[in-house]
Ligand binder design. Structure first.
Ligand code: IMP
Ligand code: MG
Length: 177
């Protein structure tokens, strides 16, 4: 999919993102002091944000990844969340923080939160870089969130358009029709 023909708009530049991520990291550091933090980024979308975020958290922390089913090339979120690669270790001693790029319908975050809860960790919280509350289908609010966005298709900073653009260091929106 070629993005150059589409109308694009810059939403958040690198410097804004860096500052906001540092604020989130500071809050998380405060909240998890004395706990046993395990950060679980959701692949693929959550990896860039999670990589930046954990480097602003000067605590001892563990990292494990979960791969969830993705959008493919469509702009509609799948209502049927699949765990393509799950956890293969015991997490009952950990305070888990699930990290993803964006909450849209909320289906993914809700399903993964339940998947983690079923493994009986000490606690579970969620952190997303972006939140599109106007698109919510199931009830869920991330415990930590970078920015709320309108109902637009977002690309960059881990978010894909087709197979590409996750590596763009800033966040922009594209016209999808
Ligand atoms: P949900 O299950 O509908 O909340 O969708 C969550 C997943 O859909 C996110 O983890 C993203 O990977 C993807 N997604 C949702 N909105 C966007 C977007 O605007 N751009 C790119 N990916 C998105
Ligand atoms: Mg994703």
């Amino acid at each position: 999919m070629d993005i150059s023909q589409k109308k694009q708009r810059l939403e958040y530049q690198e410097e804004d993102i860096r500052k906001r991520v540092a604020e989130l990291g500071k809050q998380i550091t405060k909240d998890y002091e004395g706990k046993n933090l395990m950060v679980i980024p959701l692949l693929k979308g959550g990896f860039i944000f999670a990589a930046d975020l954990i480097r602003t958290i000067p605590l001892k922390l563990a990292v494990e990844f979960i791969t969830t089913s993705s959008y493919g090339n469509s702009f509609e979120s799948s209502r049927n969340v699949q765990v393509l690669k799950g956890l293969d270790r015991d997490i009952s001693d950990f305070d888990v923080l699930i990290v993803d790029d964006i909450v849209d319908s909320g289906t993914t975050l809700k399903a993964i939160t339940q998947y983690i809860k079923d493994k009986n960790p000490r606690s579970v919280k969620t952190c997303t870089m972006l939140d599109k509350p106007s698109r919510r289908v199931v009830e869920i609010t991330p415990d930590y969130c970078g920015y709320e966005v309108e109902d637009v298709f977002i690309v960059g900073y881990g978010l894909n358009y087709g197979d590409h653009y996750r590596n763009i260091p800033y966040i922009f929106s594209v016209e999808t029709e």
